[in-house]
Design a protein around this ligand. Structure first.
Ligand code: NAD
Length: 367
């Protein structure tokens, strides 16, 4: 029995979460395991229930602590935008959750299925078969958190400074996440750095080479970040796993989401500590997009990002890799068969326009 905390949140969150849980029911029946689910309030929904006291109630944190992983929807919306910044849904719920659980690794798959290449801004002849890249970004170190940082007067003018700093142990643990993920994929890791200029990158590269020694089946290569940004646009199909530090990963993972074509298709995972004696991590799994208030409540949101988030939860926190493979394959078949929510529809022949529920039904049918 696995335990999961279910935090649906706001906007389209509850709609797509309902569908992903129905899909999970079907996966469990097929692969003969069960999950015990605890639903808890987060974001605007929690603010509404607590008279604007907090977007992250204690009971929610406790439900997460008692779980093997968190399935998260999305938070935020116009209703809560004018509250004090530290209790706004994203800042007051997402960031504290990441901090509380020490979620140091952000995994963002950039997948463009062969039948959705038209949605990618990359010239279709460059990606005839689509692509499937996993971007692994270090999330708690580097220049965003390094000290000293600040602003002062020097020689009569304002000067601002940040510090990019990495401990070897921080680099090692994110590289282990990348190599472990590669073992379940095509067994290729590309480490992205700026070792021709930055001291942190020199340590990063040395460490990558050392960690690679533990994974003889995985090949490692290196790219400077500027070149990586270009190669992602030119040959996304040639990458398997990209691993990089916080700032570079922030930029590259968004570039990757953009070239993939549709936000409604992309899940993400943020991983924390490893469960002892296993290759499994405690993690939080959520769509790459937000709460999409413009389409909330209409039953038209694409549930696939949420469904694939559940698949990542199965793979990285619950050890149900076979079930995750089957679910990913069912999603790919659903798209190949032409089912389309509004965000990925083109009106081309062979497409069937569906809503949130029908899309989930189609995935369940193909499992
Ligand atoms: P958004 O990702 O919510 O929406 C951007 C566009 O993508 C919209 O047109 C939306 O309709 C579309 N879209 C997103 N997901 C979709 C799906 N599953 N199916 C179909 N279309 C989809 O970004 P935004 O508009 O910048 O933000 C809206 C709210 O979400 C804001 O309050 C923001 O703070 C919040 N937000 C939350 C998270 C999170 O919870 N992790 C992340 C980003 C934004």
């Amino acid at each position: 029995m696995h335990r999961i905390a279910v935090l649906a949140g706001d906007g389209i969150g509850p709609e797509v979460m309902t569908e992903s849980l129905r899909v999970l029911d079907a996966v469990e029946a097929k692969f003969d395991f069960t999950t015990e689910r605890t639903e808890a309030l987060v974001g605007g929904a929690a603010l509404d229930a607590t008279d604007n006291e907090t977007p992250l109630p204690k009971a929610t944190i406790q439900a997460c602590e008692a779980s093997d992983g968190i399935l998260f929807g999305s938070v935020g919306g116009p209703k809560w935008e004018n509250l004090p910044p530290d209790i706004q849904p994203e800042r007051g719920a997402l960031l504290p959750l990441r901090k509380h659980f020490g979620l140091f690794a952000n995994l963002r798959p950039g997948v463009c299925l062969p039948s959705l290449t038209h949605a990618s801004p990359i010239k279709n002849e460059l990606v005839p078969d689509g692509f499937d890249v996993l971007c692994v970004r270090e999330l708690t170190g580097g220049v965003y958190f390094g000290t000293p940082k600040g602003r002062e007067e020097r020689d009569g003018e304002p000067v601002a400074f940040d510090t990019m700093v990495y401990k070897k142990s921080e680099i090692e643990r994110i590289l282990h996440v990348a190599f472990t993920a590669a073992m379940q994929r095509d067994k290729r890791v590309t480490s992205v750095d700026k070792a021709n200029v930055l001291a942190t990158s020199v340590l990063w590269r040395e460490t990558a080479i050392e960690v690679a020694g533990h994974y003889p089946d995985v090949t490692l290569d290196h790219l400077y970040v500027d070149n990586a940004a270009m190669q992602l646009c030119r040959r996304p199909g040639s990458f398997d796993v990209l691993v990089t530090e916080n700032l570079f990963g922030d930029i590259l993972s968004d570039e990757m989401a953009m070239i993939s074509g549709s936000l409604g298709m992309l899940p993400s995972a943020s991983l924390g500590s490893k469960k002892e004696g296993t290759d499994l991590y405690f993690g939080m799994y959520e769509p790459s997009g937000g709460s999409a208030p413009d389409i909330a409540g209409q039953g038209i949101a694409n549930p696939i990002a949420q469904i694939l988030s559940a698949s990542m939860l199965l793979r990285y926190s619950l050890g149900e890799g076979e079930a995750a493979d089957a679910l990913d394959a069912a999603v790919a078949r659903t798209i190949d068969d032409g089912l389309r929510t509004g965000d990925i529809a083109t009106g081309a022949e062979g497409e069937t326009r569906v809503g949130t529920r029908e899309m989930a039904d189609a995935v369940i049918e193909r499992l």
